[in-house]
Design a protein around this ligand. Structure first.
Ligand code: UT7
Length: 368
């Protein structure tokens, strides 16, 4: 419902009542000087949300600069910086999705002050697992000794971490689990065509993790997520072809193929719209947001999103200069960096937003 005529919409948080169903719309009204004021609940049961209590990350040791790439393909530091904002990235020389994810989780557990045995849900967002089966999350569970956790993977490409965070939120809201480790981990360097200058300069490897727990106030205020499978061909990477006694398929090139301009246009159009949607759901104005922590694909994409939202670019956190685009790992690695630098203060309002292959996109508003 929007403000209109004599009706003025006000926020009303049902903090004291846990009995009102989440979907129930509750309206109260009062008449003051001829103006009717409608008080409405925010559509969210505030006894149930999640907040981040620990962050961690892990990056491969080997750093690759733009100059290093100029020795492999016909490119230059100038082109890459100007068109993307990326200066260097970390590339695996043996680190795996599982080893990076496990290291990131250990750091998040230490930061959050929790033993691995206390974790109830372990979600790994990745599109580059080492194995088809078992899933990366079960392998990470084993390395951590998180024997009491339910562990599974989720693939929504670059929006993967965000979708995993929302999944954890839904489980906690439903009262099924009280905490979760949510991880984004990628070794994209193994699916990149190192002779294709239009893609190999963009990506990096790494992992980030957050430890979340049930909270009664603050935490995630609202989130939205969307998928547009009809446009999946603009960013894709094939897997194994069907080969069995009954069919012999031709294997497609199993490397990332991307229509960069299409992805760019999609991100600049859809991400601000989803952020506005999440803000509206959370009853927060863009002006009240302290920090925007978005998927780190391209500095020009972030500039375009900031412009559309009418928000100063200074409120957009960035680290893509140092790490490139790490797909699902981008947001949690950036969160960990901000956390360790002391830039995240309790009570701050953050917007997280991601987009990527699928196409998938979404946003979330949270109080730190
Ligand atoms: O997580 C989501 C993953 N994907 C993305 O975020 C990608 C979104 N898209 C982008 O970031 C941009 O579209 C790119 C950075 C990929 C490309 O930038 P662009 O400004 O859209 O460049 P373009 O594709 O229009 O290419 C411009 C020129 C072309 O040359 P011609 O045809 O004008 O002669 C390309 O061949 O730049 C050339 N080019 C390069 N030149 C030097 C493409 N890649 C490179 C390169 N070095 N690495």
């Amino acid at each position: 419902m929007r403000d209109s005529g004599n009706f003025k919409l006000q926020q009303f948080y049902l903090k004291s009542s846990g009995t009102v169903a989440k979907t129930q719309q509750v309206y109260f009204w009062q008449s003051v000087g001829g103006t009717v004021t409608i008080l409405r609940d925010v559509g969210k049961d505030w006894d149930m949300s999640i907040r981040i209590i620990g962050t961690g990350s892990a990056l491969p040791a080997h750093q690759v600069t733009n100059e290093d790439l100029a020795k492999l393909v016909d490119t230059s530091d100038e082109w890459i910086r100007e068109r993307t904002g990326i200066g260097c990235r970390r590339i695996s020389t043996g680190e795996t999705v599982v080893s990076l994810a496990a290291d990131a989780c250990r750091n998040a557990l230490e930061d959050g002050g929790m033993e691995a045995s206390g974790v109830e849900l372990l979600l790994v967002a990745t599109c580059t697992p080492e194995r088809g089966i078992p899933c990366a999350a079960c392998q990470v569970q084993d390395r951590l000794g998180a024997q009491n956790a339910v562990a599974f993977d989720l693939n929504a490409a670059c929006a993967g971490f965000l979708f995993a965070l929302h999944t954890a939120c839904a489980y906690v809201e439903a009262g099924i689990y009280r905490n979760a480790l949510v991880v984004g981990a990628e070794v994209l360097s193994k699916i990149v065509d190192w002779s294709d200058r239009s893609t190999c300069v963009l990506f990096g490897d790494g992992a980030g993790a957050v430890l979340v727990e049930h909270c009664r106030e603050g935490g995630i205020l609202g989130y939205v997520q969307h998928s547009d499978g009809a446009r999946g061909d603009v960013l894709k990477c094939d897997s194994r072809a069907i080969q069995n006694p009954y069919i012999s398929s031709r294997m497609e090139v199993p490397f990332v193929q991307m229509d960069g301009r299409e992805v760019f246009a999609f991100a600049v159009r859809k991400v601000p719209a989803s952020i506005e949607e999440a803000l509206e759901k959370s009853r927060i104005q863009a002006a009240e947001v302290d920090l925007f922590v978005l998927h780190q694909a391209n500095r020009r994409i972030l500039e375009g999103i900031a412009r559309r939202l009418g928000v100063d670019l200074e409120r957009f956190a960035m680290n893509l200069d140092q790490v490139g685009n790490m797909s699902s790992a981008a947001i949690p690695v950036l969160l960990d960096e901000l956390n360790r630098e002391g830039r995240l203060k309790r009570g701050m309002t953050l917007v997280l937003a991601g987009f990527g292959a699928g196409l998938t996109y979404g946003a979330c508003v949270m109080q730190w």
